[in-house]
Structures are given as C-alpha cells and as structure tokens.
Design a protein around this ligand. Structure first.
Ligand code: PEP
Ligand code: MG
Length: 761
C-alpha cells in the first residue's frame, strides 16, 4: 500500500496500525455520528491513495443508501439509493464478500448513478460492513486508473469495516439501520420449523454469544500469538471435558456431533488463518472475528444446507473462543441466574453451547437460523428439549425475561402472549399431558379395528437415540430406519466398525421387533462432506440414493457388510430407496449376495435370513410392479417422494409443497393400485411417508387395504386411537365407491365419514 506524501509515516509501521490509530482518534473526538463517517471516508481516501471512498448503509427494506463520501458528488449523499442486489455495491452486500474490479464501469453489474459523478473512476473495491453475520452496509474505494487493488488494500479496508460496524451498532449514526427495530412491548407470533417436539411455556433467556471486539490493532504480534494459542488450548480442553461428562451417555449420535465439533476446534486451517491475521497486525480477538466474518460470508453463499450447518459450528466455536480470550466464559455467571422456566433464544448456537446450560432449568429452545439437520437440533432432541429453528425475527423482539411460548408441534413461537393465549396453552399443555397418558395407556393394546382387522404400526427412526421410542410407543417395529442420518452427523465417513457397532446396538435394543434398514439415501440435497458430488440443478431428480450407491458401490458395499455383520444370527431387513427400474434391484441384490458369500468364506455367521425390500417412490415403478414384486420380499411406499413426483411439486419448496392434497383421487388411485398389485403377488406392503402419521390420512390408507404403516413415534398414539374406533370394512366400501366417482380431494368426504362413524381423528 502506498501512502500519500503528506502523511509522513514511518515506512516500517504496518498500514493497518496507522489506520486503526486514526480511527480510534476519530471515535474519541466529540462529534456526531454523521461527521465521524465523513471523517472516516476522508481518512481512508487519504491513507489508501484513493480518489473516492464511500460508505453505503443498508435500510430496512434492504436497499443501500449513500451515507458518506469523499470524492463523489456530495449532493449524492442521502440521495443515491441502490435497490437490494443492485450494482456492484448491492452485489457486495448480497454476497457478503469483497469485490475488487479493475474496470468497474464495464462490469455487467455496474449501476450508473449520474448524480454521483463516478463515471470517471475505473477501479473499484468494495467490502461488506459485517456485524454478527449481518451485512450492515458497504465500504468502497475507487480510483481513476484501472488497477486491481492489492491483498493488503482489501485487508485494510475489511478491518476498517469491522471498526465501522461497531460504531454503527452503537447507535451513534442517526438513520443507520443497525438491525430492524421492532416493538418490544406488543405480542407477536413467529413461525419456524419444529426441531424437537413438545410444548414449553417460560421466559426468554438471550444467548448472547457476542463479545464486542474493541481493540483491533496490536503492537506486539508475538504476545497476541501466545494469547491466541493459550485460548485455543483452553477451548479444546473445555470441549474435551464436555465429552467426558458421564451424563451424555457413552454412544449415540450426539456424541458423534460433539466429536465433529471437537474436530473443528482442532482444525489447522482455522488456526492458521487466525495466526495469519495476527501476523498482519491484529489483536487475537480481531483475528478471531476476521476469520469468523469470512466463515459467515461463506455460510451465506453456501447453497448446501449440510455445509451451512457445519460452518455454523465453526462460527459458534469462534464465539466461544472470543469469550475465552475476553476472560468471560459463560458458564458460571449465566447459569446461576437462569430462571427455572428458561426458553433459550439465539440466532444460532453450537451443540456445546446448549450443554453449557443447566438442563433442569431449560424448558425450550428457539433458534433463528438453525434447521433440522443442525447439530444443536440433534442435541436438543437427545435432551428432550422442545425446540424451533428458522424462527426469523425472534431476537429483535425479545429481551431477557420476556414471556414466551414454544409450540414445537406447530412451529410457532408466541412472544409476549396475552393472558388468553397463555390460558389456551396451559390448557393445551394439560390436554397434551392427559392425551399422552391416554396414549401411554394404549401402549400395549394391539391396533385392531372394530371389525377385527389388525394393523401393524411401526416407527420411523434414523439415529440411535430414536430407538428407545420403539418400547415407549409400543410400536410393532421400525418400519424405516434412515441410515443416512448417521452419515450426515459425522464429520468423517463412519467406518465399517462404527457402522457395524451402531446397527448391532439398534438390533439389540429392538429385540424381537423387526427393523427395516434403508440403505443410504444420500445425494441430491442430502450431501456428505466427504463425498464428492457435482452441483445439480434439480437435486430431487438427480444423482441420489440407489443411483449413487450403484455408481459408487464402495459405499453401499461397506454398509451392506456392516449390516450383515451386525445381524449375524438374526433377521435382517434391507430396503432400497428411490428405485426407478427393476434393473437397479437386480444389481443391488447381486452386490448383497456377493457380500453374503464373502461372509461365508470368512466363516462369519450369516443372518438367519436377509429380506430385501424396495421403496416405491418413483411413479415409473408403479407400472413395473408385476416385474418388481416377484423379485423382492416386500415393498414400502415412500409417500413423501411419491407425492412430490406424482404432482411434480418439490417437497422442500414452500411455494409448492403442500399445494396438492395426497387425499385427492389421483394419488389415492395410485396407492390403491400399489396395494392391489402387492396383494396379487402375495407380498407384504406398507407405507412409511409422513401421511402414515396423520390420523385422517392413515384412515384412508387402511381403507385402501394397507395393514402396515410406519410413522414418527409421536403419531403412534393418535393413529392407534383412530384405528380402535374404525370399522375398516365400512370405510373400504365407502372409499371404493367414492374414489372413482369423486374428482379432486376426498378429504372432506373422509372427514364426514369419520364424524358419522365416530372415528377418532
Ligand atoms: C418418503 O419419501 O416418503 C420417505 C419415507 O423417505 P424420505 O422422507 O427419507 O425421503
Ligand atoms: Mg424418500
């Protein structure tokens, strides 16, 4: 970086330190927020030999307003507005990354604003002003000559933006929107995604992970390196200690989750990047924050949910590290003052952070960013804490102690509920408790209809910690074990031994009850970090499940080997996902047979029998059932996927998911045809999609002839009580008559049937 002649700076003094000193001086002067911004842009332009330096700040609607400039037409300040994503500045804010363009005006994204007079400047550098993962604005420099700015320039501008962000959130700049302002007095409902079921009434506790970094530049880099090393060692030790806590249990995937977290804490790349930042003149705290900002902007750009969640772990670790550095680890202080009915609210949180809190006082958890696959969600489920994720806007609306209700059945968070809502939820909680008692009382009652038809009710599971639900719910078995979940929570590919041990533990815990293991259903949107996968335009139609397994047989072979070993001397049920043609079944069966032969050769005892089933999820297979059924031992309809393919409606796209009713005549006819074919071929058949767990849908399935369905454990009680009150014969007659006579949805008719026949829906 060059310096302007007049600045008389010792050539050895790092540029970063000079800028920081100047910024500190500006902040210390008595002045209003706007004048400070004006001074900052003047200083930046001067020190970076830039003809232009400008600050754009984000408004509530996401547009960017020019707040200060040195070099552009001063009349453009507070006049020039860029819409969300507009121009290079908008792009920088959207992507949260620096943009370094030698010839900005010829860039296709350039947005010309005549009032600024910027047409004469060619080179352009913009960096996002980031605070806590949120983009507050954009800081730019421009020059007439076309040149690419150096890495050092980018670094200096980014660090300046960090200081600027702290200034903005302090509220010193009038009109700057440092986070949207919401009323903190009126009630509000935020909708999110249920992560861990249940209901909680309590008071908000804000998990404020942030430690404000005030000192950015350091005089003694060696001392900072030592501080960082000591803090990292302390962080690693605290995570080790957490893993050694006896009450976490010896195995289960929450341990895998914490192991993965521990691996991140030892990530060399992370440590190196922080050390490099210290080498460039930063304090240890600023270095942590700088690297954290980079991680967060990578997170924003990450289309893959799996990786976004993993980056969040790294983000949470940075917060922990900052707390260690600042000498304020949360543990003692906050735990002591935790109310007895705490509902923890956070933007996002690492799994270890949740474990810092006293579980006996935690009633619920609300997260703004984390989804079902997040590690913290898995730990919340393991601890049985009702939790909601993706609940945007909660943090702005609550403060410590705000009354809050978490309805993790509907995904609603009620903030400052009025007395009517509280009373309704108290009733709901009591009703729920009573219903739960009733369902528990039905636990050992077989699901038999009034006219004597036995229906097998199974549960869907995917993690070791789900298996105890089998005994608790009184289900007949596990109708779908989604093996990929284990792969998704691990940081590295689970090896043969780990897989075998897990499958064996599941079979042991299930005892005499059958377990259907579905082979890996990965690919598409279920990405694994250790598996190279091309980006796909339509992941649901892409290279996933059995397709991927057959193309990369190593994965499937290891899994089949682990399953066969785990089931040595027992019954093994395997099920193939997303089968589109019978050829795929033949190839999978050949692979399984080969593995059995290898077992024989090695003298390992085989399973008593291996039953192979197929999921009916792809509509084409419905027209090949006569060829398929003689080749397999059972089939199970994956109605989640089957519906998405039948209706061509992406199950993950909120615009279309739920748009078409599975109780419409068309899908019911398809399901009826599957049942009919299976009966003709004398093959057991069932259904394991979400519809099996909804009493009205489950009733329709029984009317179509299904006698085995698999669902979330919490649905067993409600579905069983529906079955106990149902006359299956009468329903079957009604459905046969209506299914081909009615157009559109049969939902209303089915509801009427239930009412008229006293079926408990
Ligand atoms: C289904 O598609 O219905 C199913 C049970 O599988 P998954 O939801 O795991 O795709
Ligand atoms: Mg499926």
């Amino acid at each position: 970086m060059q310096m302007k002649g007049g600045d008389r700076i010792a050539p050895s003094e790092p540029a970063l330190r000079i800028i920081m000193r100047r910024l500190r001086e500006i902040m210390a002067e008595p002045s209003d927020g706007q004048s400070r911004l004006d001074k900052i842009v003047r200083q930046i332009a001067g020190l970076m030999v830039a003809e232009v330096s400008s600050i754009y700040l984000k408004r509530q609607d996401g547009s960017l307003e020019l707040f200060a400039t040195e070099g552009l037409n001063p009349g453009a300040v507070h006049t020039t507005l860029l819409k969300r994503g507009e121009g290079l500045v908008g792009r920088c804010a959207e992507l949260a990354v620096p943009i370094n363009e030698p010839d900005a005006q010829n860039h296709p994204a350039f947005a010309y604003r005549p009032e600024t007079g910027e047409e004469i400047y060619h080179s352009f550098l913009a960096v996002p002003i980031l605070r806590g993962g949120e983009v507050l604005g954009v800081l730019t420099i421009q020059n007439r000559t076309a040149k690419e700015y150096s890495d050092e320039d980018v670094e200096v501008l980014q660090t300046t933006a960090m200081v600027l962000a702290e200034h903005l959130v302090s509220g010193a700049v009038a009109g700057a929107n440092a986070g949207a302002q919401f009323s903190r007095t009126v009630g509000h409902v935020v909708r999110g995604q249920p992560l861990s079921e249940g209901l909680a009434l309590g008071h908000a506790v804000l998990h404020d992970a942030r430690v404000v970094v005030t000192e950015v530049a350091a005089d003694d880099p060696d001392a900072e390196q030592h501080r960082l090393e000591a803090a990292v060692a302390e962080l690693q030790a605290s995570i080790n200690e957490m893993l050694e806590q006896g009450d976490l249990g010896a195995s289960g995937e929450h341990r895998d989750v914490l192991e993965a977290y521990r691996m991140f804490a030892h990530d060399r790349g992370w440590l190196r990047r922080m050390k490099d930042a210290i080498g460039r003149g930063m304090t240890a705290e600023a270095a942590v924050e700088r690297v954290q900002n980079d991680t967060r902007s990578r997170m924003l750009r990450q289309p893959d949910a799996y990786w976004r969640e993993r980056l969040k772990d790294l983000d949470a670790l940075s917060d922990r590290l900052l707390r260690v550095l600042s000498g304020s680890p949360r543990v003692q202080g906050e735990i002591a003052s935790l109310p007895r009915d705490a509902v923890l609210c956070a933007r996002s949180m690492g799994p270890a952070d949740l474990l810092d809190y006293d579980r006996s006082r935690l009633r619920g958890l609300v997260l703004e960013e984390s989804g079902r696959q997040s590690h913290v969600a898995i730990v919340a489920r393991a601890l049985g804490i009702p939790a909601i994720g993706d609940a945007r806007g909660v943090i702005e609306r609550v403060e410590q102690g705000t009354p809050i209700i978490v309805d993790a059945d509907s995904g609603e968070v009620h903030i400052r509920p009025n007395t009517g809502v509280i009373a309704a939820y108290r009733d709901k909680a009591r009703f729920r408790a009573r219903r739960q008692r009733e369902y528990r009382a039905l636990r050992d009652t077989p699901a038999v209809t009034r006219d004597g038809q036995r229906v097998e009710l199974h549960i869907n599971a995917g993690l070791e910690m789900d298996v105890p639900h089998l005994a608790e719910s009184g289900a007949d078995g596990i109708g779908l074990f989604r093996t990929e979940l284990q792969f998704m929570v691990s940081a590295t590919m689970p090896r043969l031994e780990r897989q075998t041990q897990m499958y064996r533990a599941i079979l042991e815990e299930a005892g005499d009850k059958p377990v259907v293991f579905r082979t890996l259903d990965v690919g598409g949107d279920k990405a694994l970090p250790y598996l190279r996968q091309p980006a796909e335009e339509n992941p649901a139609l892409g290279w996933r499940a059995i397709r991927l397994s057959l193309d990369r047989p190593g994965l499937l072979r290891t899994q089949v080997r682990a399953l066969l070993r785990a089931a040595s001397g027992r019954h093994l049920r395997l099920m193939l996902p997303m089968v589109s043609t019978v050829g795929e079944v033949d190839r999978a069966r050949a692979l399984i047979d080969r593995e059995v032969q290898i077992m024989d050769r090695r003298g390992v005892a085989r399973p008593i029998e291996v039953r192979l089933g197929v999921m009916v999820e792809v509509p084409a297979l419905i027209f090949e059932l006569d060829a398929l059924l003689p080749r397999v031992d059972f089939i199970s309809v994956g109605s989640n996927d089957l519906m998405q393919y039948l209706f061509a409606a992406d199950r993950n796209n909120t615009h279309v998911a739920g748009r078409y009713d599975p109780l419409s005549a068309a899908p019911l006819r398809a399901l009826g045809a599957i049942a009919e074919a299976a009966r003709r071929h004398n093959r057991p058949f069932g259904l394991c999609g979400e519809m099996a767990g909804r009493p009205l849908e489950a009733m329709a399935l029984i009317g179509l002839g299904f006698r085995s369905i698999s669902m979330a454990p919490a649905s067993i009680g409600p579905v069983k009580s529906m079955i106990l009150s149902l006359d299956a014969e009468a329903l079957q007659r009604w459905l046969q008559a209506s299914m081909y006579a009615v157009e559109g949805s049969l939902r209303a008719g089915l509801k009427r049937f239930a009412e008229e026949h006293g079926v408990e829906i």
